[in-house]
Design a protein around this ligand. Structure first.
Ligand code: C5P
Length: 224
């Protein structure tokens, strides 16, 4: 049997970007590399947890001892999350889920029409995966991420309340050399006093370091 502070716990983590198809050859996506989510999977595993890693398309090897589920779109990611939630103790939403998908995916490759005024794509909102997790009956301890370029504390507080998160990891993505695609990251952790949710969130700053070290510090912070 596993030993460590998370022995016997099932940790479910989403990682990477999602891809929203436009037609059979094109998609909308973002620059998420998946490195932070994969590093969290390793850190949770090292604490003895059983880990399910639900990942969008990334160029990363599956960490040893971790169960990986590959998905492409946000809707697929939600389905995979729902399928993994039985007996989930901790959910970490690290994926950069596309906010919108195409209202209709074209069956055939879209053709360029030269001289036309341009092309308009019609988008509809994707489901909020982490909010779907926290709005279930008896939700797991849920950790969210927030990539912000300004007003970290205000946006973090807003997301804690709106998405009913237990902890949020806020990244300043405007900081040079950190965040998307980089090997290093810094973060500020925020959480609310459940008895006084209107009070400012308590914060804990983690200085810039390798994503593996940051992941370990985040997991350590959640331990009893
Ligand atoms: O609202 P925003 O996208 O900034 O929230 C970020 C947090 O919400 C992350 O934890 C991300 O994984 C999660 N999220 C999600 N489903 C979405 C959008 C965001 O799970 N559709």
């Amino acid at each position: 049997p596993a030993t460590g502070a998370l022995a016997g716990q099932h940790v479910v983590i989403t990682a990477g970007p999602t891809r929203e198809a436009i037609d059979p050859v094109r998609y909308l996506s973002n620059h998420s590399s998946g490195k932070m989510g994969f590093a969290l999977a390793c850190a949770a595993r090292d604490q003895g947890a059983r880990v399910t890693l639900i990942s969008g398309p990334v160029a990363l090897a599956t960490p040893e001892g971790v169960t990986r589920v590959d998905v492409v779109s946000a809707v697929e990611m939600l389905e995979a999350v729902n399928a993994s939630l039985a007996e989930c103790d901790i959910f970490i939403g690290c994926a950069a889920v596309a906010d919108y998908r195409l209202a209709e995916v074209a069956e055939h490759k879209l053709k360029k029409v030269s001289g036309s005024p341009g092309l308009t794509l019609s988008l509809v909102e994707n489901p909020d995966i982490i909010a779907a997790v926290t709005h279930r009956q008896s939700p797991p301890f849920t950790v969210g991420f927030a990539a912000e370029t300004r007003e970290l504390a205000r946006h973090a507080h807003d997301k804690l309340v709106r998405k009913r998160l237990d902890l949020i990891v806020a990244n300043d993505v405007a900081a040079p050399g950190l965040g998307f695609g980089a090997d290093d990251n810094a973060a500020v952790l925020y959480y609310l006093d459940p008895d006084q949710p209107d009070n400012p969130a308590t914060s804990h700053t983690l200085s810039p370091r390798a994503k593996q070290d940051l992941a370990r510090a985040i997991i350590d912070y959640m331990l009893p």
